[in-house]
Design a protein around this ligand. Sequence first.
Ligand SMILES: [Zn+2]
Ligand SMILES: [Zn+2]
Length: 284
Amino acid sequence: MHRSDPHAVNADLHCHSTVSDGTLSPADIAKRAFDNGVELWALTDHDEIGGQSEAASAAKNLGLAYITGVEISVSWATETLHIVGLNFDPADAALEAGLHKTRSGRARRAEQMGEHLKKVGIEGAFEGALSYAGNPNLVSRTHFARFLVEKGICSDVHDVFSNYLVAGKPGYVEMQWATLAEAIEWISGAGGVAVLAHPGRYRLSALEADVMVEEFIKLGGRAVEVITGSHSASQYRKYTTLAQEFGLMASRGSDFHSLGESHTDLGALPPLPDALTPVWHNWL
Ligand SMILES: [Zn+2]
Ligand SMILES: [Zn+2]
């Protein structure tokens, strides 16, 4: 694909498959992205790159440009941040080892979440979540959420996150993820670009957010998601200004997980503002 203006390219560089907490296979996401008019695509499963080869070959068969992707969970101060890695070598040994280390804590956390939910009268939550995830190392809060909805305990996944599984509510278990330095080093070391995912979702004060962004840049982070399914229109403007102030490139991604739960479909977001440099500007 050759385009003189990268802003005109329908890029969707953030979504999830059954390899993490999405409900479609990498090949089915490729098809949906293509059918929705996506022209440049990345699959970014949580802490996992096992879907990359299926995604790349499905995209190739469709004539859809593909770049590698991952979304790494990071513990920073009291918050969990998400760092998206794009356009890296998926065979990089240090990246794979780092992701493996990060994933191994999930199984233990999931069992503890099940114990906590049992104490408030919800039986079988771990087993239920596991039935969705298929593998204890991949069990996430989203899988627990689907179980609570299936059992009629909550009306939808958003209801679950308001009443369970978050700090101060039943089912929340503190988790030590990768450090910001580790996540950026794994991505950069594999030749990729580190992108700060959906900054509007973090519960940080304005001062904390500035400190976090400065640290992200000092460690080698180079882009920020401005147009994402997690942001409102006013947040598009806020993070456009942030990208300009800090000299960061900008990314765009739906964060699509499943047909019923995701409010934004693949490829459906507005384009990046003209003032910003798309992270994919030299990948076309
Ligand atoms: Zn995320
Ligand atoms: Zn995501």
